[in-house]
Design a protein around this ligand. Sequence first.
Ligand code: C5P
Length: 239
Amino acid sequence: MNTADSGESVVALVPAAGRGVRLGANMPKAFVEVGGSPMVRLAVEGLLASGAVDRIIVMVPADLVESAVALLPGSSVSPADAVQVVVGGAERTDSVRAGIAAAPDAAYFLVHDAARALTPPRLIAEVAAELRAGHAAVVPALPVVDTIKAVDGSGTVTGTPDRAGLRAIQTPQGFAADLLRAAYAADVAATDDAGLVELLGARVRTVPGDPMAFKITTALDLTLAETLAARLDLIAPLS
Ligand code: C5P
């Protein structure tokens, strides 16, 4: 899997325990199919294809552990296997925490949402390479195309930050393992892992993101992903 062969283990954590309410499907989002494959399988295949990870831990809802093992090739609930399925938690933060706990051997973590199912393996490899080059926290970032406004509780605009200084952040997010462990040692919540690391005062490096690493969140995103998968034959090269 990991062609860098440095002896320092890169462990990918794949949060796939969300209920996916915004997608409107009648199953957890990570298990919804894109181009005939469940998103979680596409995400795992992308990580494998990157050649940058030694082990993958997938966090799923408790009632779907068996289903996940059945649909992820080479997986089991054992840490001895290259792909391990563990039970996630109520919030994304809880799911990542469960993954961290299952990997005491990791030197580096790549946290990668199952919902970013079409992420190019090249981007995954690049984040891992930046980690190995000595950056303790690395995230893919894209310029934002919309103007972003801050609003108060009533929806009234309170400010317009300069768009030039804003980025939309994707996954995989890479971390030196001890840094991510420290960030999760406190009882905190955040929508991304780098946000927790920032609270510790760590520097977070950005690398150019990729539009294909978009998060499949809404029914519109799913339509886009299906179209891309069908038209660009994206699924075959990953498997
Ligand atoms: O809800 P959101 O789109 O931010 O979720 C991002 C990722 O986190 C998804 O892959 C989802 O399955 C995962 N997640 C999780 N455990 C939760 C909530 C979300 O693993 N409790």
